[in-house]
Design a protein around this ligand. Structure first.
Ligand code: ATP
Ligand code: HMH
Length: 270
């Protein structure tokens, strides 16, 4: 019998399908992991920004987690938008008892600039959830918050990745240079050493949900048993193709193309 790999996302929603749970599920499907989701907040948003947010009741978030964990295999899990400390507490309860690879996208602000997490909750994210992670995937502003360091160079990115692992207890940190360098270079520190992942910079405004898509790809690859470095390599290719082949949708920052890599591979074949 063929193996089935199951990936779970715990995050907020995006009705336009570019970010959040919807982007995660599309990515899981595209990468051939069975996708599951626990919704934390229902978000009315689109490519221009966030219109409104409804947090789900804490007990109901807990029930969704119970529904999944008591019945289904979970081979890897990711978290995205978790807005409040109360939500984080129930998620901590479950994940601290589940020895599976955990990918944290420490979502704080949407591409549009809208804030997605309560300020007090950021400390809880760092102090409780971060030490449970297999890998955390901050962009530059998120890495600055987590470490308190100012990041203006490649060396600063390395220092931040190392600090997140050595001082805050993540097993590995992948600091994304999308907001900083000319080539889109990300740095992984895994406790033993540094690894660099570089792609060409793509001139596009379709960047809505890039971080969600990247961390979901990582989760899918980890659910399938790939090593961390291999999983990041594959996920970087996936997100680069998703940016490169994005269709111009919406009037703001459009979504990436979750089947971009498949399109690229089909073009090469034909
Ligand atoms: N214009 C670009 N061209 C190529 N790669 C990019 C570009 N922008 C971002 N990336 C890459 O995309 C991945 C996601 O990174 P980014 O830093 O944009 O995440 P993020 O800020 O968390 O995303 P989000 O917009 O969802 O909040 C990283 O590998 C980054 O290097
Ligand atoms: C629900 C959700 N999570 C994450 C992001 C960040 O891209 C977003 N815009 N919306």
């Amino acid at each position: 019998m063929k193996n089935v790999f199951c990936a779970l996302t715990i995050a907020g929603t995006d009705p336009t399908g570019g970010a959040g749970i919807q982007a995660d599920l599309k990515t899981f499907q595209e990468l051939k992991s069975y996708g599951m989701s626990v919704v934390t907040s229902a978000v009315a948003q689109n490519t221009t920004g966030v219109q409104s947010v409804h947090h789900l009741p804490i007990d109901f978030i807990d029930e969704q987690l119970e529904s999944v964990f008591t019945d289904m295999p979970v081979h890897a899990v990711k978290t995205g938008m978790i807005a409040t400390i109360e939500m984080m507490e129930v998620i901590y309860e479950k994940l601290s008892r589940s020895p599976i690879p955990y990918v944290m996208d420490p979502v704080m602000v949407a591409t549009s600039g809208d804030v997605l997490i309560e300020v007090q909750a950021r400390d809880y994210l760092r102090d409780y959830l971060l030490p449970l992670t297999e890998v955390v995937t901050p962009n530059i502003p998120e890495a600055e918050f987590l470490t308190g360091l100012k990041i203006e160079s490649f060396d600063d990115m390395k220092k931040a990745a190392q600090t997140i692992v050595e001082d805050f207890g993540a097993k590995a940190a992948l600091v994304k240079g999308g907001h900083l360098n000319e080539e889109a270079t990300d740095i992984l520190y895994d406790g033993a050493g540094f690894h660099h992942f570089t792609s060409e910079r793509i001139q596009t405004t379709s960047t809505h949900g890039t971080g969600c898509t990247y961390s979901a790809a990582l989760t899918a690859h980890l659910s399938q048993g790939h090593s961390l470095v291999d999983a990041v390599n594959r996920s970087k290719k996936f997100v680069t193709a998703a940016l490169k082949h994005a269709h111009p949708l919406g009037s703001g920052h459009g979504p990436t193309n979750h089947w971009g890599l498949r399109e690229e591979q089909q073009e090469i074949k034909s």
